[in-house]
Unconditional design. Sequence first.
Length: 270
Amino acid sequence: MSKKKVNYIITKDQIVVYRAGKPVVVPNTNTAYNLVKAALRNNDWSALAAALDKATHIKKYTQGKVEVQHGHVMYNGQELHSTLVDRILKCMEEDFDAEPLILFLSNLMQNPSASSVRELYDFLEAGKFPITEDGCFLAWKKVRDNYKDCHTGTFDNSVGAVLEMERNSVDDNRDKTCSYGFHIASFDYAKSFQTGKMLVVKINPKDVVSVPSDHNNEKCRVCKYKVVDEVNEGRDVLQDSPINTKYSSPVNKHNYHNVRDSYGRFVQSN
């Protein structure tokens, strides 16, 4: 290993490393803390660079909007408290990849509805909606055999279609369970809706308008979604759906199916 000089200081709760003329602060709550400390101890500068990249990757992937500081999740400098925040911190603590959840948070915070920001992640956990690597989520929708929507028969839901309406054209009153707007649902709810085609749709959390208060958190109204696939409703979606190979990265050496659950983790088959 080289004898390259690195300026740093280790305190009781953080390490500060000067890199490229700037201080990089790594608190002891950051999952990269022990990696940074070990790299400094061993004078391993390539390992140090990798550890610092890990320590700062959250800020990079969200254009500086989301940071984890001393065990707190911050968005644009404001501390956040929610189930989603707890999941991000837990993933980081257990050294799981929290990036999909972090990107999901960044997208969610662009949603102008306070109730959607507050309620959406709990809705996803309740309905078991997978989160994609770019911070969106997958849901299901039942349509007619000709791919037109069940209610009006006018919206084409062919695979690849992007459907969008003005946000103020979607009912944002969560106490109105059946109202105007695009509806998406959990697999179980969509399956039981009526006969027709079962579709997989992708939604950016910023486009969720309201989560109706009944139906056990299994459907919501959105102003935009993309149809990404058609599935056989009789399948076990976590094992056989095209979702597994198209919308998440493979981890074949661990025999995981390539879909994340609502914790942002890969789902393992038996």
